[in-house]
Write a protein of this length. Structure first.
Length: 549
């Protein structure tokens, strides 16, 4: 057993302290002192309180494998050299507020049974290459507070277990932070903090609510195989470099409202993009591949400055909102599933919007959205989709090949100018048939007939007047001829004015011939036959078609 007074006396004499496998009793107060002694207390138990306020340790301090049975107070303390709490156990409160660790520090495998406070603490220095912080395998049974803390060198929280609430508000990670296989059992607050260089969250588990509000990621942000069991709040977050949420799982609501994905100097004055490109002119991409959102998802008014990859993502069962979002690069939702209500209203897609093989199980709204390039819905499965008042550029295309939809609300005048019907493997006429049925089901008969007319006209234009048979002999194409006749006589059954004019012409001609040449004159008979056998029946058929629709 060693008394605290013995340690104090040795320090006052400037002697180094080294104890192994000892029990130290009594309170040790080294406040307002500059300690030049090297301190090494290993595999021991300290049964008194440690009170270090405004203390400076000029040499290394080691408490590895040591147990602190009472509270520990390291407030406004400066550690100049290496500091080691490897596998230390803190039975009482551990207070490290306003501490400055200028050397490397280890809290690996340490156990904090009561609350731990690291507010306003500095790990490392801006002007030194030392100051790396290792918390690998540490266990915080109660609350852990790292608010206003500066980590000047890379900090590692691998395999750390946070049993209580964890607070990182206004913390700055200047040189990267690693949270690999980290477990947060209670709420976590990363609000208004900065991650520079890179932030790794690999197989991290957030069991309750987590807040990343207004966080700035100035380096790569990797959220790989991360599980969010509680509410995930990323409102106002800024991802200024590459971002990955691959294989993530969101069990509760996830909010990315007003988030920014891309280079920090890209701005949106009004509805225009302006970009101060990064030095190597690299696109800044975000990747959510194979992530799963179980409940509501909110990306409203978010800004994606590079490509956004949401391929094979399962969106929330309740609702998914991208209203007012801006995608400057390609927006890839290939194979994504939208089980609930989906809102892309007033969204701006500056590049391709790719929803190939996507599944929209409930109402989906793209009203007032803008598509500067392609809207790809090939092989998509859609319940109800609205595309009212969408804005497209002259070169924009809408691809619906092999898409299946129950209802699509869009004006044919808008769609016909941009619907792609010619592909490398042939023409997509089935989509026209589906659209005609869709417009009829929606009681938009004018759109249905215009769509049918455009389909027949384009289909006819793909045919040649002469074709080659199996023996490569040219022959007249009767199919095109029949189409041409149908177009001229009745507009493929959609234009009543054509047979009306035909009836009027032959009625006048027949009457004139009858009065001039008599009823038995051959031309009178021929004209009457055309009137009664062709023109008038054709008029009746087209009229009936329009009335019965």
């Amino acid at each position: 057993m060693v008394r605290a007074e013995e340690i104090l006396a040795k320090i006052e004499r400037g002697e180094d302290i080294e104890f192994r496998d000892k029990i130290i009793k009594g309170d040790l107060d080294l406040s307002r002192r500059t300690i030049s002694s090297k301190i090494k207390i290993l595999n021991s138990e300290i049964h008194g309180r440690l009170i270090f306020i405004n203390t400076i340790f000029l040499k290394s301090v080691e408490f590895s494998h040591t147990k602190f049975t009472n509270s520990v107070l390291f407030k406004d303390v400066t550690f100049i050299e290496f500091t080691d709490f490897l596998e230390a156990t803190f039975n009482g409160k551990a207070n490290f507020e306003y501490v400055r660790f200028f050397g490397n520090v280890r809290f690996m495998m340490s156990k904090f049974e009561d609350s731990a406070y690291f507010e306003h603490t500095h790990f490392g220095s801006k002007f030194s290459s030392y100051g790396r912080s290792l918390f690998t395998g540490a266990c915080f049974d109660q609350n852990a507070d790292f608010a206003y803390t500066d980590f000047w060198r890379r900090v590692v929280f691998n395999s750390v277990n946070f049993g209580g609430k964890a607070g990182f508000m206004l913390t700055k990670f200047h040189n990267g932070a690693i949270f690999k296989v980290t477990h947060f059992n209670k709420s976590v607050y990363f609000s208004k903090i900065e991650f520079n260089i890179k932030a790794w969250f690999l197989r991290t588990n957030f069991e309750e609510d987590v807040a990343f509000e207004n966080v700035v990621f100035n380096g790569n942000a990797d959220f790989i195989d991360v599980r969010f069991d509680g509410y995930a709040d990323f409102e106002g977050v800024r991802f200024n470099w590459y971002t990955k949420f691959i294989d993530g799982k969101f069990e509760d609501d996830a909010k990315f409202r007003k988030g920014s994905f891309g280079y920090q100097n890209v701005c949106f004055p009004g509805e225009r993009f302006c970009s101060n490109n990064n030095l190597d002119n690299t696109n800044i991409n975000v990747d959510f591949q194979r992530s799963k959102f179980e409940r509501s998802v909110y990306f409203e008014q978010a800004k994606f400055y590079g490509d956004a990859n949401f391929s094979n993502v399962w969106f929330g069962n309740e609702e998914t909102r991208f209203q007012g979002t801006r995608f400057k690069g390609d927006a890839q939702f290939i194979g994504a599933t939208f089980p609930g209500y989906t809102n892309f209203m007033d969204t701006w897609f500056k590049a391709d919007a790719d929803f190939a093989d996507a599944k929209f199980k409930e109402d989906t709204r793209f009203d007032d959205a803008q598509f500067d390039k392609r809207l790809i819905l090939t092989r998509a499965r859609i319940n109800i989709i609205t595309l009212n008042n969408i804005r497209l550029k002259q070169e924009s295309d809408i691809l619906l090949k092999e898409a299946i939809f129950t209802r699509m609300y869009i004006k044919w005048d808008v769609l016909k100018k941009h619907l792609k019907y010619q592909y490398e493997d042939g023409y997509d006429w089935a989509t026209y048939s589906a659209l005609v049925k869709n417009f009829r089901d929606l009681v938009k008969f004018d759109d249905a007939e215009d769509c049918y007319y455009d389909f027949r006209k384009r289909h006819q234009n793909t045919k040649n007047w002469f074709t080659e048979n199996a023996s490569r002999k040219s022959r007249f194409n009767l199919s095109k001829f029949y189409d041409w006749i149908a177009l001229k006589l009745c507009g493929y059954g959609t234009e009543l004015w054509r047979p009306s004019i035909l009836v009027l012409i032959f009625a006048i001609l027949t009457l004139a011939l009858y009065n001039i040449c008599g009823p038995n004159y051959p031309w009178t008979i021929c004209s009457g036959l055309v009137l009664s056998g062709v023109a008038f029946p054709l008029f009746i058929v087209v009229l009936a078609r329009k009335l019965i629709r």
